[in-house]
Design a protein around this ligand. Structure first.
Ligand SMILES: N[C@@H](CCC(=O)N[C@@H](CS)C(=O)NCC(=O)O)C(=O)O
Length: 261
């Protein structure tokens, strides 16, 4: 079992938490073409989108983190991550979907400013402020869904917890964690103690500590970061359309597969 990943990817973290919860052994590999959009090599052969995560299980190669989660749940049903009740299953999937789309886009946008230095001065400040405000909205939404329960699924850790953990933890890393004393802050304290999550967050922390020089990869290193769907929308709606234009001018962003040219 091989997982193409990047330790900072919230999607890859969700999948690693699921595999670790189920006790499945796997190898990890950051594709050497990651973040370039290059179409050569085994990684691109496994996914036309050139995005991590990708799970390789023998001859089976699966991309899209939600599809991978479903495969994992079906291939290793125990312990289950999805509850049995249809309404509870739908609720878990809604939490995951919002985390993967709206929440992830905010974290990504903040990273574009902090790590990749796409915007400085007034624009950088404005984008950071947008990210902080939107993070509060999303955390309020998660807090309401959690209610009084220990886990998003109620009494047992599950699917929605695996999906939300990397998102909220990334906000904490950025200094935008849930307010002390809130139910979500309590949940974050609990979730990070689980061995599956602790191992995954340790990999995140090690990679985040190496991000100081990341911006140079995009100014001089031939990297092209993918500006896709919710992420692209976040940058535009939050006032950063000039970041997109600069990336197109400088050739260090790309859009989703297939290429337009
Ligand atoms: N919808 C996809 C999103 C995956 C995704 O966007 N992965 C990012 C890393 S977090 C990626 O590989 N980006 C490639 C790039 O920037 O070139 C999923 O859920 O797996």
């Amino acid at each position: 079992m091989l997982l193409y990943e990047h330790p900072l990817s919230s999607y890859a973290q969700k999948v690693k938490i699921a595999l670790r919860e189920k006790g499945v052994a796997f190898d990890l590999e950051v594709p050497d073409s990651f973040g370039t959009g290059r179409t050569d090599g085994p990684f691109a052969a496994a996914t036309p989108r050139m995005e991590v995560p990708v799970l390789v299980d023998g001859a089976t190669r699966i991309f899209e983190s939600t599809v991978i989660m479903e495969y994992i749940e079906e291939r290793w049903p125990n312990p289950p991550l999805l509850p049995r009740d249809p309404a509870a299953r739908a609720s878990a999937r809604i939490t995951e979907d919002v985390c993967d789309t709206q929440y992830e886009a905010v974290n990504w946008g903040f990273g574009e400013v902090l790590w990749f230095r796409r915007a400085a001065g007034t624009l950088g400040d404005a984008l950071r402020a947008q990210a902080a405000r939107q993070t509060m909205v999303l955390q309020d939404w998660l807090e309401a869904r959690l209610g009084e329960a220990d886990w998003f699924g109620g009494a047992a850790f599950g699917w929605a917890d695996a999906a939300a953990a990397p998102m909220v933890n990334r906000s904490v890393h950025y200094g935008m964690g849930p307010p002390p004393g809130s139910a979500l802050a309590g949940w974050h304290r609990r979730v990070r103690e689980r061995p599956s999550v602790a191992a995954t967050f340790a990999e995140f922390d090690a990679a985040a500590a190496r991000m100081a020089g990341a911006a140079e990869l995009y100014t001089t290193g031939g990297r092209r970061r993918e500006y896709r769907d919710h992420r692209l929308e976040w940058m535009v709606k939050s006032g950063g359309i000039e970041v997109v234009q600069a990336g197109l001018r400088d050739g260090n962003i790309r859009f989703s597969w297939p290429d337009a040219s």
